[in-house]
Write a protein that binds this ligand. Structure first.
Ligand code: WQD
Length: 344
């Protein structure tokens, strides 16, 4: 009898920016992937792009993870070896204005996921964020660097979900990994999937590409009076495909039973600080264009400087970032041009 040895991974929020790239990398690494998404913050562009890259229709379930019955039905239909949870709201400012929206959705959906994972013995990968470190005293930050009180309900949900996972792993004999992303940017080299911000982008790179293509008039660089070399903030910008590959390594570590501890945390960054101005200049250079920008006052809530020590991920996951900033910014620009062709 034919026996399918392939492992199956659930990707919640698989039609979004990070989820779509992770789906592609998992499928290309030989995993069966089921995408589940309520499509509340995206359209079908990335889902279609994923199918085009992989050359097949990917299993897709339209559902909301806050709906307990829908979650039960999903886990009754499939047997997942691991799941990756991305389905969440992610706008920092909106979370300050409407905290209940964020707490209800981001915590409620993850609690349902954890209950289903516990019942079915599914390994859990949670998408956390470097935002848990706040403004770090020592840089680069390691996984041992202290978490700081969150400055937004969004950031708070990341910390709380990490804690939910840690406690469930401890109490129920589950296995879980939290990946703390630095600043994910770029797009797939095919230009078929990428970031699709709704309305005015909050994040730097979509704002840059939209300004370059003429959707926005001018980029504002928030603060040039920080005590950094050029006065602008420092971040660790991590290519989205590199970041996606870290998930394949982490899932494999869980399903092959290679974990040192049942709950592990890894920083996913490059280890390289880049200033806002450096990023803008690199974008202009690699894409051979001039960007309209001005210096503006600091943005409330921004940290001055943060970058990762990615050493633990390299040692334990066998993962490290490989793509250069120019490569990543060229991909981001190709994606913006693809969106223009699509009329988006
Ligand atoms: C990067 C730098 C800005 C826009 C946030 C969340 C984090 C994570 C990713 C997501 C900063 C500057 C930006 C602009 C600018 N979560 N900037 N002009 O703030 O590091 O992280 O997004 O889901 O949790 O906090 O990323 O891309 O917004 O900003 O000058 O128009 O670019 O001041 O220094 P950030 P970002």
């Amino acid at each position: 009898m034919a026996y399918n040895m392939k492992k199956t991974v659930l990707v919640s929020g698989g039609a979004g920016f990070i989820g779509s790239h992770v789906t592609v990398e998992l499928a290309q690494a030989g995993y069966d992937v089921v995408i589940a998404d309520n499509m509340s913050n995206c359209d079908e562009t990335n889902y279609k792009g994923v199918c085009a890259i992989l050359g097949k229709e990917m299993p897709f379930v339209k559902m909301d993870f806050c709906d307990t019955e829908a979650v039960d039905a999903l886990f009754a239909k499939y047997r997942f070896d691991a799941l990756i949870h991305f389905a969440a709201f992610k706008a920092v400012g909106e979370s300050v204005d409407d905290p209940l929206k964020y707490y209800t959705n981001n915590l409620g959906s993850f609690l349902n996921i954890l209950a289903a994972a516990r019942k079915s013995g599914t390994h859990v990968l949670f998408s956390s964020s470097a935002t848990v470190y706040g403004e770090p005293e020592k840089k680069p930050v390691t996984e041992q660097s202290p978490r700081q009180p969150a400055t937004s309900p969004y950031g708070n949900t990341k910390q709380m979900c990490e804690d939910f996972l840690r406690d469930c792993v401890k109490a129920y004999g589950m296995h879980g990994i939290a990946l703390r992303y630095f600043n994910p940017i770029g797009a797939h080299p095919s230009a078929l999937i990428g970031e699709l911000p709704r309305g005015i982008p909050n994040n730097l790179v979509p704002f840059i590409t939209q300004t370059a293509i003429g959707k926005r008039e001018c980029l504002r660089i928030f603060g040039n009076d920080y005590p950094t070399e050029d006065g602008t903030c420092l971040r660790d910008y991590i290519d989205i495909v590199d970041l996606a590959r870290a998930h394949v390594c982490a899932v494999t570590r869980m399903v092959e039973d290679k974990m040192d501890e049942p709950y592990e945390i890894f920083n996913i960054g490059t280890g390289r600080p880049v200033s806002v101005l450096e990023l803008v200049t690199a974008f202009e250079k690699v894409n051979n264009l001039k960007l309209n920008y001005v210096f503006a006052p600091r943005r409330a809530g921004d940290v001055m400087a943060i970058w990762a020590d990615p050493g633990l991920a390299e040692r334990k996951l066998g993962w490290k970032a490989t793509r250069t900033v120019p490569e990543t910014l060229a991909a981001a620009w190709a994606w913006e041009k693809h969106l223009q062709e699509l009329g988006l």
